[in-house]
Design a protein around this ligand. Structure first.
Ligand SMILES: NC(=O)c1ccc[n+]([C@@H]2O[C@H](COP(=O)([O-])OP(=O)(O)OC[C@H]3O[C@@H](n4cnc5c(N)ncnc54)[C@H](OP(=O)(O)O)[C@@H]3O)[C@@H](O)[C@H]2O)c1
Length: 318
């Protein structure tokens, strides 16, 4: 994760005035964006460290929630609909885009829950469904107090799975029912074995990379899968080759947007409806909300160590 100072030295983030988007074509919608979080991926893009090359300058904002102000005649949307954009660029106040690039917000969500549904909860659900698991199987994850981690724990319980959560500080999360929490460290595998009474673990979810990948892989049973979906340590994955060969482990990567590339708008609408239902009342804690004109302060806050909760941008305030 880039340090705040490095982030601001390297970036040249500016707020651009763009012309009013103009009326939608028959298959477009115009949105007034309301609320958007700052995600780790946004910080990586700004710092030039995002895995998939994105040429700057580019619109930023991995996710958010907006309200339809105008809808083309051939769309299923109407003014007043709350929607989630599926494409990057949510740090925008007014936006004209294809109707296939948005889905309706499932009913009953708060604005904060809606603005943060698109990326982390969806990632957690798809990560859990990538590998066939059966009721009672264990999944292990690191950075478990992250938003993805909290969603993994909730969704795993809903799927009948057991969750072992690895964190840097044991007091940094309030466990979900049935969740086992273990502090990271060199003897992680031994402590996980003790905490899970030696239950075989078939899936490990790694968003830290570096040496943490090897520690998590060492917790897997023979034939288990380590899925790497983040790079919080900033270091390349380090996994002892003997561990891979002796246990016949699979290592794979995951990225949300490519993973859902083949889905139709109807499938995505159903996916987010089911996801919201599975998460129930979960809403991530909010560290602070900034106006768009205070973007630099918001970015510093989002990159600061020890931040508790999401940093949000209120896009409806000038
Ligand atoms: N591949 C994808 O499609 C995809 C999609 C969504 C998210 N992600 C990734 O998932 C990860 C979590 O995202 P998020 O938005 O849920 O995060 P978040 O809520 O902002 O939380 C960040 C977490 O990272 C932990 N952390 C930071 N640096 C760490 C390190 N070096 N070692 C261990 N833990 C560290 C922090 O723990 P402390 O409390 O200990 O500081 C905190 O719990 C990120 O890497 C993100 O890029 C990937």
């Amino acid at each position: 994760m880039p340090k705040a100072a490095t982030l601001l030295e390297r970036n040249n983030v500016s707020i651009a005035e763009t012309p009013a988007p103009g009326p939608p074509s028959p298959r477009e919608v115009v949105l007034h964006m309301r609320l958007a979080p700052i995600n780790p991926a946004d910080l990586l893009i700004i710092a030039g460290n995002y895995a998939i090359g994105i040429d700057l300058p580019a619109p930023l904002g991995a996710e958010g929630v907006g309200i339809v102000t105008e809808a083309g005649a051939e769309t299923n949307f109407a003014p007043g609909d709350l929607v989630l954009p599926l494409v990057r660029g949510c740090w925008m106040q007014h936006w004209r885009l294809p109707a296939t690039s948005v889905v309706k917000v499932p009913p009953g969500l708060s604005l904060t829950a809606a603005a943060t549904l698109r990326i982390n909860p969806a990632t957690a659900r798809r990560l859990l469904l990538m590998v066939p698991l059966t009721t009672g199987d264990f999944v292990i994850q690191n950075a478990a107090n992250s938003m993805v981690g909290r969603c993994v724990a909730r969704l795993a319980a809903g799927l009948g799975l057991r969750c072992c959560s690895v964190v840097r500080r044991i007091d940094s999360l309030l466990p979900c029912e049935g969740e086992i929490v273990v502090e990271d460290g060199p003897d992680l595998a031994a402590r996980v074995t003790a905490a899970t009474h030696g239950a075989p673990i078939r899936l490990a979810l790694d968003c830290v990379a570096g040496e943490a990948s090897g520690r998590l892989a060492a917790c897997l049973a023979r034939g288990g899968t380590l899925t790497v979906f983040g790079h919080l340590s900033g270091a390349p994955c380090s996994i002892p080759s003997t561990l891979l060969t002796a246990r016949d482990l699979q290592v794979r990567g995951f990225s949300l947007r490519p993973a859902e590339a083949g889905a139709t708008p109807a499938q995505l609408t159903n996916f987010y409806r089911d996801l919201a239902a599975a998460l129930g009342s979960y809403t991530p804690p909010v560290a602070a909300t900034y106006r768009l004109r205070d973007l630099h302060a918001a970015l510093r806050h989002a990159a600061a160590p020890g931040r508790a909760g999401k940093v949000m941008l209120d896009l409806s305030a000038s």
